[in-house]
Design a protein around this ligand. Sequence first.
Ligand code: MN3
Length: 380
Amino acid sequence: MKRSVSILGSTGSIGTQALEVCEVHGIEVKALAAKRNEELLEKQVRKFKPKLVCLYDENAYRGMKIRLADLSVQLVTGMEGLCEAATLPEADMILNSVVGMIGLQPTLAAIHAGKDIALANKETLVTGGELVMKAAAEKGVKIYPVDSEHSAIFQCLQGYSGCRVNKILLTASGGPFFGKTRSELEGVTVAQTLKHPNWSMGAKITVDSATLMNKGFECIEAVWLFGVRPEQVEVVVHRESVIHSMVEFEDYAVLGQMGVPDMKIPIQYALTYPERLPCPTERLNLFDYGTLSFARPDPETFCCLKAALDAIGRGGLYPTLVNGANEELVRLFLEEKIPFLKIGDTVCKALELDGSGEVTVESILDAEQRARRFVRESCL
Ligand code: MN3
């Protein structure tokens, strides 16, 4: 089966691994989009020969024009360009792996263009879950989760469409600070935070893993993707990251999906669904692990998790407030302007902002800006 894909966020961790999968299985790449990594993007363009390339950042775009002057590829920029890449008629599906709020609009554009979506951009569902799932249902568009946990749940649900799910057991590695108390977290540095035990990922998501904000967002995503209530999602700390998540059905049978912690497996499943093909990764050897462990998370110390669960319970624009505040706080933390614990404390306070009202693209963008402003006013 010949497939073609447009990749948004092609120079990031997910994007580069997706291109590896495309190369192995001969999936054609029709569009590539990146924020500002001109050098890597140029290499990708020369190798995969897409029809359209988007460099989101306008300054980088100007430099890219010179780099690609000898090619006939179409070069675009900004949100308009990103949406053009998301809707390119030549591609069967898109992989949206951009980081942050800028991922929402291209997802919606792709849905309206009738494209199936391999979704790795968390903000799409965290902030716009209501809009996105409704639009996808109306258009008959399929959303394939790329995140390892949601891919695992999706895989466990194959063949069980008529069966009732009791709960989803969403596994969490616990990040580098699992088991630490609040006072032990007081002086942690950016370097310590960026040292994730199992997964190699971008800086933003690695910080989110350390605060458990990432797990909180994944709970919100699970609610939207699988149509469950927030209280049906249970976070299980599983340090080894071998079981990528589980589903408990009505008969109390629990199905889980296992594998080495390598994103290429879920990326490939999203791109080649429903086929299972050899993946360019290692095989799971359970004897290397010996034992697997499970523990409860500590939402009092890691209050980002509590804030996310609170936000999805309230619904509306509350998840957007949490997300917007967190994005700004992580930026400040990475610039070493605020301490680690300030992230969780301020995310919780952002829930005091007004998150009621109708969820539209405009109200989402407005709530995000309000949350960011709140953070700057309370931290700087
Ligand atoms: Mn994950």
